[in-house]
Design a protein around this ligand. Structure first.
Ligand code: SAH
Length: 474
């Protein structure tokens, strides 16, 4: 049978795609059905038909899946940020575990038996909502002309008003209401990306879950914030407000934050504590969004690193030095590399704050700093621990490690490589390269840093194959 756009189909959902969509077949022809849950039988509307598969959108659940649960947020379908909110938590964990396994097999080329041998059970989370310590709400104008804060309706730039995200900190709502009332009273306009006019683009909110400290940073399309003292006095009324600033972003891009931060009131950063390490976090620095699970994640990274106090460790993509400082407690020396200069400033301040003096940090791209350093040291004929560390930890952004970085890691030949990843597809791609270069995958464990979403974090341990197994690269 031929299908076309807007056809209504009835379909039983038997699988799930990597973006959380339901997958079913009619007469052998597969459909990807957005918002349908594995086990559902649904009525769906066809949105696109390709040669050998089609896309459809849930219209009506005819027989609900036993894994279907009532969503907490009424906007979950429009927003698209919580792709799995209608799936039971146990099934969410199974989905994530399978996602990592499948990527490692399909992209990484590992056999099922190997994956079974190295995989440890995923770390789930008790509190599955309100776990995020960071939110970036876009500000705009709705159809009635009201200034609103909310979220972009899935894949568009239309803003739907919602100040009460089910994943965010409870204080977000009060903060956004303060910002909106300031804008109304002082006639400060929301930014309009089609015309490039208006001032307020986004509100960044961060909360230190351990300290309770709150940070607000307004992203503006201009150099100055009018009546800034009025905004500050409204925000200061909120308990635990610690830092108020704005960021200048006059470019017409999807990048949220501008490069400059102008402080308005309070400190330039807030603090948070994970385990026994305290961190300063500034607006432009990366910091894991789920501190409860981050403690498990870093604990695992330290365990996999197998530290005894004698080791030299490189921590590539180190952000504000979180993993570096966790490791420094049980290593001889740690070197961190990170591209964002403000994050490195935070990392140095964090080392001092925690009285850690065996961690040093370098600003730059991992794929430039590491090779440049390696070439220089090798030319000098040095044979030191920095050149041949015991452990290299990497925690890259979603696009994974650059090939130059991987090649240098292979030349440095550490005993162990700990790979922390937020994207299992690029993780699998990189592990394939590292294993071809003389490493063996020993342990893999996923950590659910992002309940309700399809995202999954994982930690892997690779260990060096010794000479009889050694495979020359280059
Ligand atoms: N390990 C840290 C940060 C991980 S996020 C933590 O757990 O908090 C990834 C980090 O890599 C970000 O801080 C980002 O700014 C940085 N980054 C992105 N590209 C990079 C590159 N090419 N070289 C070095 N760091 C990079």
């Amino acid at each position: 049978m031929e299908y076309k756009k807007n056809d209504i189909i009835v379909i039983k959902i038997e699988d799930m795609g990597t973006d959380g969509e339901g997958i079913g077949k009619i007469g052998g022809f597969p459909f990807f059905v957005k918002d349908a849950v594995i086990g559902d039988t649904v009525e769906a509307k066809v949105t696109k038909v390709k040669k050998s598969y089609g896309y459809a959108r849930l219209e009506k659940v005819l027989t609900p899946s036993s894994f279907r649960v009532t969503p907490k947020c009424r906007f979950h379908r429009q927003c698209g940020g919580c792709q799995l909110q209608t799936l039971s938590y146990e099934k969410q964990l199974e989905f994530k575990q399978n996602k990592v396994r499948n990527h490692l097999m399909r992209i990484g080329g590992f056999s099922e038996a190997e994956i079974d041998r190295v995989t440890e059970p995923i770390f789930g989370m008790e509190e599955r909502f309100h776990y995020r310590n960071k939110a970036q709400f876009p500000i705009g104008t709705d159809k009635e002309g009201n200034t609103v804060a909310g979220f972009y309706a899935g894949r568009t730039h239309n803003i739907i008003a919602n100040t009460d995200c089910a994943l965010g900190a409870p204080e977000n709502k009060e903060i956004l209401e303060a910002v909106l009332s300031y804008m109304k009273e002082y006639h400060v306009k929301a930014y309009d990306e089609t015309t490039g006019e208006g001032l307020i683009r986004h509100v960044l909110i961060r909360k230190g879950f351990a300290s309770g400290e709150l940070m607000v940073c307004l992203v503006i399309n201009g150099q100055k914030l009018p009546a800034a003292d009025k905004l500050v006095s409204l925000l200061r009324k909120i308990e635990n407000m610690t830092s108020v600033s704005y960021s200048i972003n006059e470019k017409n891009t999807n990048v949220i934050m501008g490069e400059t931060i102008v402080p308005l009131w309070g400190g330039a950063s807030i603090r948070d504590t994970i385990g026994d390490v305290t961190f300063f976090i500034s607006p432009l620095s990366f910091y894991q969004v789920n501190p409860v699970q981050t403690k498990k994640l870093y604990g695992l990274a330290v365990e996999y690193a197998g530290l005894t106090g004698k080791e030299t460790v490189w921590d590539l993509y180190c952000g504000i030095g979180t993993i570096s400082l966790f490791m420094a407690r049980s290593a001889k020396q740690v070197y961190g590399v990170e591209i964002v200069p403000q994050a490195i400033e935070d990392a140095k301040a964090n080392a001092a704050l925690n009285h850690i003096d065996n961690a040093a940090f370098f600003v730059g791209k991992a794929e430039e700093v590491l090779p440049a350093f390696y070439e220089k040291k090798s030319r000098e004929g040095a044979e030191d621990a920095m050149l041949h560390p015991d452990v290299i930890v990497v925690d890259p952004p979603r696009k994974g490690c650059d090939e130059k970085c991987l090649a240098t890691m292979l030349k440095m030949r550490p005993e162990r490589i700990v790979y922390v990843s937020c994207d299992s597809a690029t993780l699998a791609r990189d592990l394939k390269i590292l294993c071809a270069g003389g490493y063996e995958l020993k342990r893999v464990r996923a950590v659910d840093q992002f309940p309700q979403t399809v995202h999954v974090e994982s930690v892997c341990l690779l260990s060096k194959l010794h000479s009889d197994h050694h495979i020359e690269v280059e």
